[in-house]
Design a protein around this ligand. Structure first.
Ligand code: TMP
Ligand code: ASP
Length: 250
C-alpha cells in the first residue's frame, strides 16, 4: 500500500523520492532492486525494500534518541518513510571498525584486522566516476564542503559509530563498516540522511565463526553467497527484539 504522494522527484538505485503537500518533507520508497559494483550487477530481491525501510527506521529512531539529528520523521507504510527534505552533500562517508572490502583490496591490511579508532574514508558520490576515494585536499579543491563543515561531518559520523557499534554488539552483530550520507535541511542544519541498512553496512554474526556464514549484509549478494533476504531478516529480527521501542530502552 502506498501513501498519498506527489510527483516523483528522484529515483536512485535503491529508493524513490516523492513530493508531499509540504515543501520541507518528502516520502522515500525503498525498492526491491539490488545493485552492486556501480550497478554492473543487478537483481530484484523480494522484500528487500520492507526490510531496509524497517531496519533504517529503527536505527534512525535510536540515533535521534541519542541526540543525533537525522532526516527521519516517521514510517508511512512497510516500504515508505517520511523524511525532511535535504540537499544531499555529495560525499559517501565510510567508517571502518574492521578491515575488509575495498580497504583490503587496496592496502596490505589483513582481512579482519580491528581498527580503533575507526578509519573514516570519504568518497565522491558520483556514479559516472565510480564514487572515487577522496583526500581532504580533494574535498577542498572540488569545493564540496569547507573545513568547518568537514569537521562537523567527521564528528557526526564518529558519534553515529559510537552509538551503533555498541548497539549492534549487544545484538551479537559486529558492525564491521558502514556508509553514511549527510544533507542540509532548509534551516541549514546538518542531518544524517539516506538509509542505514544491510545494503549500506557490513554485519558479521558473532554467533558464527564461519567466514561466509557470519555475513549478514549485502556482501551475500555481492559474493553470490545466497540467503540474502534471510540475512537481512535476521538483522531486522535482532534490531526489533533488542528493543520494541528504542526511545524507552536506552
Ligand atoms: P567498501 O569496502 O566496498 O569500500 O565498502 C565500505 C562500506 O560502504 C560497506 O559497509 C558497504 C558500503 N558501501 C555502500 O553503502 N555503497 C557503496 O556503493 C559501496 C561501494 C560501499
Ligand atoms: N551501491 C553500489 C551499487 O550499486 C555498490 C555496492 O553497494 O556495492 O552499485
Amino acid at each position: 500500500m502506498s501513501p498519498d504522494h506527489g510527483e516523483l522527484l528522484y529515483e536512485g538505485k535503491a529508493k524513490r523520492i516523492f513530493a508531499t503537500d509540504r515543501s520541507d518533507r518528502v516520502l522515500v520508497e525503498f525498492k526491491n532492486d539490488a545493485t552492486a559494483f556501480n550497478a554492473q550487477k543487478k537483481a530484484q530481491l523480494e522484500d528487500k525494500g520492507r526490510l531496509n525501510c524497517q531496519i533504517s527506521a529503527r536505527l534512525f529512531e535510536l540515533l535521534e534518541a541519542q541526540g543525533i539529528p537525522t532526516h527521519y520523521l516517521g514510517l508511512a507504510g512497510d516500504t515508505w518513510m517520511v523524511v525532511q527534505r535535504v540537499k544531499v552533500i555529495p560525499l559517501e562517508v565510510v567508517l571502518r571498525n574492521i578491515a575488509t572490502g575495498s580497504l583490503c583490496k587496496q592496502t596490505p591490511l589483513q582481512e579482519g584486522t580491528p581498527i580503533s579508532p575507526a578509519l573514516l574514508d570519504l568518497y565522491y558520490k558520483d556514479d559516472a566516476l565510480g564514487d572515487p576515494l577522496l583526500t581532504e585536499a580533494r574535498v577542498h579543491l572540488l569545493g564540496i564542503v569547507d573545513g568547518a563543515r568537514l569537521s562537523a561531518i567527521e564528528q557526526l559520523a564518529r558519534r553515529i559509530n559510537g552509538v551503533l557499534q555498541p548497539f549492534f554488539d549487544g545484538l551479537a552483530l559486529q558492525l564491521v563498516d558502514f556508509k553514511l550520507e549527510l544533507g542540509l535541511n532548509s534551516a541549514g542544519e546538518l542531518l544524517l540522511a539516506d538509509e542505514i541498512s544491510p545494503d549500506t553496512c557490513r554485519f558479521w554474526d558473532q554467533r558464527s565463526s564461519d567466514a561466509e556464514e557470519r555475513i549478514l549484509d549485502k556482501d551475500r549478494f555481492r559474493k553470490d553467497l545466497g540467503g540474502v533476504m534471510e540475512a537481512y531478516g535476521e538483522v531486522l529480527k535482532r534490531v526489533h527484539t533488542a528493543c520494541p521501542d528504542p526511545r524507552y530502552c536506552l
